[in-house]
Design a protein around this ligand. Structure first.
Ligand code: MN
Length: 211
């Protein structure tokens, strides 16, 4: 007997009409050399991970409030891996790892956790999941139709199998887990009223508009 009604299961649409039930959201930091460099880091360190709560998911096409407690909300266009039964790859989606960059900078300076910079409400934008093969084309992020990020997915420092290998040494990946695989160079700020779209060849775009 629940003391009160449990929160509904968070889901993401899957091509073909079913829904992917989300369990956890993991994110890779600094997985493109050009983005690591723009953030002032060297590119040879092993991958590291942070997470977002599952209910941070925002389906593509949503309009969401500009988040509280920030004056520097950034987009990060990313390929998302969806983990399915047997902890294997279920499919892929385009995603946007929304970041309160000012809070992240404060956390870094104080050697504090990134949770409030990364894991806030409505911080995990995701498009429809496509089951099947790993995309290998271009990732492009636009703001108000103006291109801000463009990279081949092949420019990742750590490939999808390598990311899964590293993460699997830290946690038991399970069906429903999502992995945001890092963003290329060109991150920048979003303003109220703007629409940001992450496009990956072969996948549905992930679009969000800020109220
Ligand atoms: Mn990211």
């Amino acid at each position: 007997m629940f003391a009160f009604p449990p929160a509904p299961v968070v889901t993401v649409p899957v091509e073909g009409g079913s829904r992917f039930p989300v369990r956890r959201i993991f994110c890779v930091g600094r997985n493109y050399a050009d983005h690591a460099a723009e953030m002032g880091h060297d590119t040879r360190e092993p991958p590291f991970f942070f997470s977002k709560p599952s209910d941070a998911v925002v389906p593509s096409g949503s309009s969401i409030p500009y988040p509280p407690a920030t004056a520097d909300l950034h987009y990060e266009g990313e390929l998302v891996v969806a983990i399915g039964p047997g902890a294997g790859v279920f499919g892929f989606a385009a995603g946007n790892d929304l970041t309160r960059r000012d809070l992240q900078a404060e956390a870094k300076a104080a050697r504090r956790p990134w949770d409030m910079a990364k894991g806030f409400d409505n911080s995990a934008v995701i498009g429809t999941i496509r089951p099947g093969a790993l995309p290998d084309g271009l990732l492009v992020t636009t703001v108000e139709g103006v291109e801000r990020q463009r990279s081949a997915l092949s420019m990742m420092i750590w490939s999808v199998p390598e990311i899964i290998g590293h993460l699997s040494q830290l946690v038991n990946l399970a069906p429903g887990d999502l992995i945001y695989t890092g963003t290329p160079a060109g991150v920048g700020a979003l303003q109220r009223g703007q629409t940001c779209t992450v496009t990956i060849e072969g996948l549905e775009p992930a679009t969000v508009t800020f109220l």
